[in-house]
Ligand binder design. Structure first.
Ligand SMILES: *[C@@H]1O[C@H](CO)[C@@H](O)[C@H](O)[C@H]1NC(C)=O
Ligand SMILES: *[C@@H]1O[C@H](CO)[C@@H](O)[C@H](O)[C@H]1NC(C)=O
Ligand SMILES: *[C@@H]1O[C@H](CO)[C@@H](O)[C@H](O)[C@H]1NC(C)=O
Ligand SMILES: CC(=O)N[C@H]1CO[C@H](CO)[C@@H](O)[C@@H]1O
Length: 510
């Protein structure tokens, strides 16, 4: 049978509860329900009536009717059997067959109706099963609410901790700049890093625990039937809203992670956006030699408008260092090999919308010193009096790269106060962390090398390792560039934005 709706209405024709089981506009259902009282023949024992399009089967319950609307093609014997089951459910949840009592228990009735019917077809259930299911629903709902409350509490605690931590870091940063300003003027950056707790909260908390009211209520635990199968997420959300819950549905088309809300990034993003990201893993030996050098690259494509779904991305790939490239399995390999273009294997299909799709990966692994972008030579030598003189040099091996905000961090023996002689760039002695940080605002072709000299009392050469290096860069190590994006249909150019990021995941001299 195909059941369109089940309703309880008064004999006067007023609908008290109605549950629909197929997609149909509300006004159409209302129309069908409104037509019913006019169709009921008086003084006959009939329990069904048909129109051109639908069949009404109904059972009188004192001053009410239990009413089902089915299609005309439905088997009438089945319809009548289902009707009996519906009619028997009512006294299970309502103490009397009064209008007010029905209205008061409307939700329980709807839950029970949903168990009888799934997608318009009757399930083979009997009354005792319905009872159990409905009870289970409300039990699971309670469990679910408890879990949700716990999660919210945890999220709040985490946020509070995070805020405290940031506060502490800020205080420290302020102190740090004060004390270091006696050594050198230039190293004041840390003081300006003052993210508001709110921004960082959301970024980090959302990794594991959803902040309250952020989509959590919509995510049903596995296997849980909140109120039965007939209820979809949307109506559940609506219900929560009507109960005064604050439900926020995450926007699907936001590209940025919850934390990276920096408006500066957002304004650069077009409907076709490419991000070329390269991560470096470098371990250099203190006496020279490369222990590990790896570049891991990933190009992701984000399409924010369906008009630009069927496109090709043209790349320029100078591939100067023997980088190995690999396209996503759904990307047309031949097209990439022959023409350095990225398009889908099936050109008729669009790229997925509103999501970051990894389309190309590249990788380079080597122990050749010439491939390492920035070489660091740290040379401590023991002076006669138990102190150490330390010379450090950097050298940019690839003049096409521009490294920004390079920090070379040198460990110091505990309590050591280094005496800095010569220094390109600036330095800062972080006494609490027992380290010296050498900062170079820019390292590029015009500024390929530089050095720092300092002496440290009561030290041995071993004390100054491992050094670590941090920087950011908008260069591409592999020299992969996006030159054009075109529509498949007419080769016309499409506006796009590109973001290129190169950063060390781990860069150390051991
Ligand atoms: C209802 O169905 C279940 C499962 O088929 C069965 O075990 C149970 O005996 C039935 N109860 C009634 C009252 O028919
Ligand atoms: C090289 O960089 C250092 C530190 O960033 C700076 O002091 C120096 O002036 C730069 N030299 C040139 C030639 O740009
Ligand atoms: C270098 O150190 C400064 C001061 O601590 C910091 O603000 C900056 O972000 C660091 N640079 C990188 C690339 O981590
Ligand atoms: C700033 C900060 O605390 N970042 C942390 C966010 O969470 C990730 C994963 O839990 C950590 O690795 C970061 O250090």
């Amino acid at each position: 049978m195909v059941l369109i709706a089940a309703a309880v209405c008064t004999k006067a024709g007023k609908t008290i509860v109605s549950r629909q089981f197929v997609e149909m506009t509300k006004s159409r259902i209302e129309g069908l329900l409104a037509a019913f009282p006019k169709l009921v023949p008086t003084g006959t024992q009939h329990t069904f009536v048909e129109t051109d399009s639908v069949r009404y089967v109904y059972q009188p319950l004192e001053r009410l009717y239990m009413l089902l609307i089915t299609t005309r093609a439905s088997n009438i014997l089945e319809d009548l059997e289902t009707l009996r089951l519906f009619a028997r459910v009512i006294p299970e949840y309502c103490r009397s067959l009064e209008e007010s009592e029905i209205a008061e228990n409307a939700f329980s009735l709807i839950f029970a109706f949903d168990e009888i019917v799934a997608l318009g077809y009757r399930e083979s259930v009997n009354l005792s099963q319905i009872r159990t299911f409905v009870e289970m629903d409300s039990h699971e709902e309670k469990v679910y609410q408890a879990v949700r409350q716990t999660q919210e509490r945890e999220a709040k605690i985490k946020m509070r901790e995070k805020a405290k931590e940031l506060q502490r870091q800020r205080m420290e940063a302020k102190k740090g700049t004060k004390s270091s300003s006696t050594n050198s003027g230039g190293f004041g950056n840390s003081g300006s890093y003052t993210p508001t707790p709110f921004v960082v909260d959301t970024s980090n908390v959302s990794n594991d625990v959803k902040p309250p009211s952020y989509a959590a209520p919509i995510q049903k635990p596995k296997g849980m039937k909140l109120g039965g199968k007939g209820r979809d997420v949307e109506s559940f959300v609506d219900q929560l809203k009507s109960e005064g819950e604050n439900v926020i549905i995450p926007a699907k088309n936001s590209i940025s992670q919850p934390g990276s809300k920096a408006p500066a990034i957002k304004t650069d993003i077009d409907d076709v956006h490419l991000r070329l990201e390269e991560k470096l893993v470098v371990r250099l030996g203190r006496d020279g030699g490369v222990q590990q050098f790896e570049v891991l690259g990933l190009a992701t494509l984000h399409i924010g408008d369906e008009r630009w779904g069927r496109i090709r991305v043209h790349l320029e790939n100078q591939n100067s260092h023997g980088v190995q490239l690999q396209t996503h399995p759904n990307v047309d390999k031949e097209l990439f090999k022959l023409r350095s273009q990225i398009g889908l294997k099936q050109p008729s299909k669009p790229f997925p919308l509103h999501t970051d799709v990894g389309v190309l990966k590249w990788r380079l692994q080597s122990t050749e010193e010439a491939l390492v972008p920035l070489l660091i030579n740290c040379w401590p030598s023991e002076a006669g009096d138990g102190s150490c003189d330390v010379n450090i040099e950097y050298e940019l091996a690839h003049s096409n790269l521009e490294l920004i905000d390079v920090n070379i961090t040198i460990p110091l023996p505990i309590g050591c106060s280094p005496v800095v002689g010569e220094c390109d760039g600036t330095y800062s002695h972080e006494s609490r962390r027992n380290q010296l940080v050498w900062n170079l605002p820019v390292v590029d072709f015009s500024n390929k090398s530089g050095s720092l000299e300092f002496s440290a009392p009561k030290a041995i050469p071993n004390d100054f390792f491992p050094l670590s290096v941090a920087f950011t860069s908008k260069s591409s190590y592999a020299s992969i560039k996006v030159t054009e994006v075109t529509l498949i249909d007419d080769d016309s150019p499409v506006k796009y934005s590109v973001e290129t990021v190169l950063y060390p995941d781990k860069y150390e001299i051991v």
